[in-house]
Design a protein. Structure first.
Length: 56
């Protein structure tokens, strides 16, 4: 009988703990998109490629 009560108490504890509201901070601030200007040439890059442009 004690085993059943302890199991029931454990199950109820887990259910109660899982119902607490998450009070995390989820205010996401996205970074500003980079702006590229004054390029002399048109560059083509495909998904997965690295595009490295060094100042001249």
């Amino acid at each position: 009988m004690i085993r059943q009560y302890s199991f029931l108490l454990t199950v109820c504890s887990v259910i109660l703990v899982s119902c607490f509201k998450d009070k995390g901070n989820y205010d996401v601030v996205l970074p500003v998109e980079p702006v590229i200007s004054n390029l002399d040439t048109v560059y083509t890059a495909y998904v997965g490629d690295s595009l490295i442009i060094e100042p001249g």
